[in-house]
Design a protein around this ligand. Structure first.
Ligand code: NAI
Length: 480
């Protein structure tokens, strides 16, 4: 803590390196910068305490500083133990006008390579704005911060730890331990914190799934905005973002030649589509696994063979999971792969590849090739290479999606935060999406940078289509 600013980052001296990257990122994030300019005078988040749990990258630094420019007091953690860019974290703490000796930015608790205990220690810091104050708003990615508040409040009400659901794993058990500790310290803390939260805006598919589950079960304690399903988020970040950062992660991790290799993408949703396209672009032969007949048919009609993993497990060179589910690649699959097959996950949680099962194989030996790249050698002498310990390798082995696409995602985040803060009474304790005119606005903010010349409807054409000349142009059920 320096002059009341709390933080826990790797090294504040990295701030200048972070600041230079932030400066370049700002130029590539026209949506965020336009929103900054639009609201500079009115500062709609003035007085808002915003707590964010989202990969602490350079792009996120631009998001944080946008929220701060709109008046918010911000506290931030990463939503993944490997995804922090230490220079970005340092730059946010130091702030645009501060120095490492006199940091004047925002409170960040994040560093690359946290342990799970440290991760949850950081996440708890989100809820401590001083003087017993919790946040007014949450920005979440994957729902860990939201889950912590809910489990905590339920624990305080019911007097017991909620039962872990099927499929819950190590992280859940750690949350529960954290809860128990916090209960010992300060009775009914999360109940109070939850009551003060005006809402959460959630970034990703998995987090949104958690929110809908909480809402279905009548457990959601505050309104939520599903940012992921803004068209300008999931149809861009998930797809075009991964098309870029998947290769970045693979290359930095292994630098293996992809042309001619056989790659398998598990899950052909938005992320899987971008992953498959990226690998095909490198000249890899790409096969897809799917459980949903619609997505499977999409893959087939895009020219990707749709297979069961068993059919390719012994011949494929690269395996990428993007299912958002659990157990897509089992330990017996890993054992059946060819020597030095590369296995990585880009789904949100580390449940997609059964690494616990791999670790339990008798005689298996794990060797660190370099941070976030591990060789797992089987007793018969063949090995598989696992990236980022089964966590999002586009963030663990590289730096995540590039600025331009994150500008669209984060513009949605900022608009959602403004909605929740200034129009709380319009939102029930349910999961909402931003209205389509805001989705179109986010897209519009990114057109000039790409020299897009939009055609304008004439009044007659608009009337024929039954839409306003200025939009929105599509019904809510339109799928893009
Ligand atoms: P999605 O729901 O559009 O796609 C997932 C697909 O996987 C679905 O089509 C589903 O039918 C299929 N699937 C489910 N279980 C399967 C299994 N066992 N085998 C084969 N296919 C299976 O979800 P989306 O948006 O593509 O997200 C996928 C994951 O990626 C989520 O965890 C999400 O949070 C995460 N994500 C990661 C990003 C990154 O930067 N790495 C960016 C955005 C999202």
């Amino acid at each position: 803590e320096v002059d009341g600013l709390q933080f826990a980052v790797a090294d504040l001296e990295l701030a200048e390196y972070g600041r230079r990257q932030i400066r370049l990122a700002e130029h590539e994030m026209p949506g965020l910068m336009a929103i900054r300019a639009e609201y500079a005078a009115t500062r709609p988040l003035a007085g808002a305490r915003v707590a964010g749990s989202l990969h602490m990258t350079v792009q996120t630094a631009v998001l944080i500083e946008t929220l701060a420019a709109l008046g918010a007091e911000v506290r931030w953690v990463s939503c993944n133990i490997f995804s922090t860019q230490d220079e970005a974290a340092a730059a946010v703490v130091v702030g645009p006008d501060g120095t490492p000796d006199k940091p004047t930015g925002s409170a960040v608790f994040a560093w690359k390579g946290e342990t799970l205990e440290e991760y949850w220690w950081c996440t708890r810091r989100l809820f401590d704005f001083g003087d017993g104050q919790g946040p007014d708003l949450l920005v979440d990615d994957g729902g860990d911060a939201t889950l912590l508040v809910h489990l905590g409040a339920e624990y305080e009400t019911a007097g017991r730890v909620p039962e872990p659901a099927a499929g819950d794993h190590e992280e859940h058990r750690l949350i529960l331990r954290t809860l128990a500790e916090s209960m010992a310290e300060d009775d009914r803390r999360f109940t109070r914190i939850a009551a003060g939260i005006r809402g959460v805006s959630e970034e990703t598919t998995n987090g949104v799934a958690r929110l809908y589950k909480l809402a279905r079960e009548g457990r959601l304690l505050f309104p939520a905005i599903n940012v992921n399903d803004s068209v300008t988020k999931s149809k861009f970040d998930n797809k075009y973002g991964i098309r870029h950062s998947l290769l970045d992660g693979l290359n930095r991790a292994t630098d293996v030649m992809l042309g001619g290799k056989l790659a398998v993408v598990c899950g052909y949703g938005d992320v899987g589509k971008g992953a498959a396209e990226a690998l095909r672009g490198q000249g890899a032969r790409v096969a897809v696994t799917e459980v949903d007949p619609i997505n499977a048919l999409q893959a087939a009609m895009s020219g990707f063979p749709v297979v069961r993993l068993e059919e390719v497990v012994a011949t494929a060179d690269v395996f990428v999971t993007a299912t958002g589910g659990t157990g897509a690649v089992r330990a017996d699959h890993l054992a059946a792969m060819k020597h030095n097959a590369i296995v990585g996950n880009v789904g949100h949680f580390d449940t997609e590849i059964d690494l616990a099962g791999l670790a339990a194989v008798p005689g298996v030996v794990k060797t660190e090739i370099k941070p976030q790249v591990h060789e797992w050698m089987f007793p018969d002498g063949h090995a598989v290479l696992v990236l980022s310990e089964g966590r999002l390798f586009n963030l663990g082995n590289a730096t995540g999606h590039p600025s331009f696409v994150m500008s669209a995602s984060f513009a949605n985040q900022v608009l959602a935060q403004i909605e929740l803060y200034t129009r709380r009474d319009q939102y029930t304790e349910d999961v909402h999406r931003l209205p389509k005119h805001l989705d179109e606005k986010v897209a519009r903010l990114h057109l000039d940078a790409l020299d897009v010349h939009l055609t304008e409807l004439t009044a007659e054409q608009a009337e024929y289509l039954g839409v306003p000349v200025e939009g929105p142009y599509k019904a809510d059920h339109y799928r893009y």
